[in-house]
Write a protein that binds this ligand. Structure first.
Ligand SMILES: [Zn+2]
Length: 258
């Protein structure tokens, strides 16, 4: 039975760690120190590293971890990832070293131009590790790609099974919900979610993982086709938005200035 735990890093990053027996695999180790401390404390050996994109707060710890453990590093083919040994793109499947786990890579460009996600069945539960593309109730900023790319990437994540657990890279949930409520102020789903996530934070717990089903109900960036969302985005943009991607781009611009 693989368990997944978040190792906090920096101010609000999570380094998702999959462990079974004496083995562990980390996703997006932006710094090595917290990972090494956790592995030592738990008596675990690192067996692989998975990277979603090239930003330093996701890959900065890789060289020190490789220096100590000499493990394979999986990462996007179209980005420069330190110590990468296996380059992945859409549809590539990997047997994760050290764990009974097969994952499939998905190309999800937009936040960065070569960003990938890892999707698979983790001990019976569909799970996706999506870096800085889909967040709980939000999405990443579009630094390198286009709104069209980001919308397509988010749509492919939204098409995963509703019970898929969403493991993203940052604890941004409460701030994202505040924006989501500006877009859909009358959403009972959002009010309910806000109360549940606030209670988790009050207990010192992560709000993650989320699920794809919950994101479809409450994440404005997956909801561009919803008439009320389109209406709110149009009103804020001062015009009538037609296509889903136009609504999505207006929402992203709105959030950037929120
Ligand atoms: Zn990033």
């Amino acid at each position: 039975m693989i368990t997944i735990i978040p190792i906090p890093a920096f101010a609000d990053n999570y380094i998702w760690t999959l462990r079974e027996g004496g083995n562990a695999v980390v996703v997006d180790p932006g710094e090595a120190g917290p990972v090494l401390a956790y592995l030592d404390r738990e008596g675990l050996a690192l067996t692989a590293i998975l990277a979603t994109h090239h930003h330093n707060d996701h890959v900065g710890g890789i060289p020190a971890l490789v220096a100590r453990y000499g493990v394979p590093v999986f990462g996007p083919a179209r980005e420069s990832i330190p110590e990468r040994t296996q380059a992945l793109g859409e549809g590539d499947e990997i047997d994760v070293p050290g764990l009974p786990l097969r994952l499939r890579a998905m190309d999800i460009p937009g936040h960065t131009s070569g960003h990938i996600a890892y999707f698979g069945d983790v001990s019976g539960t569909p799970s996706v590790f999506c870096g800085d593309t889909l967040f709980a109730a939000g999405c990443g900023r579009i630094f390198e790609g286009t709104p069209q790319q980001m919308w397509a990437s988010l749509s492919s994540l939204a098409a995963l099974p509703p019970d898929t657990r969403v493991y993203c890279g940052h604890e941004y949930t409460l701030a994202n919900i505040r924006f989501a409520l500006a877009v859909e102020p009358d959403s009972a789903h959002l009010r309910d979610r806000q109360a549940r996530e606030q209670a988790k934070r009050d207990r010192g717990e992560p709000t993650l993982p989320s699920t794809i089903g919950e994101e479809r109900l409450t994440n404005p960036f997956l909801r561009a086709p919803v008439p009320g969302v389109r209406k709110a985005a149009s009103a804020h943009a001062g015009g009538t938005l037609a296509a889903d991607v136009e609504t999505f781009a207006a929402l992203r611009a709105w959030k950037n200035a929120f």
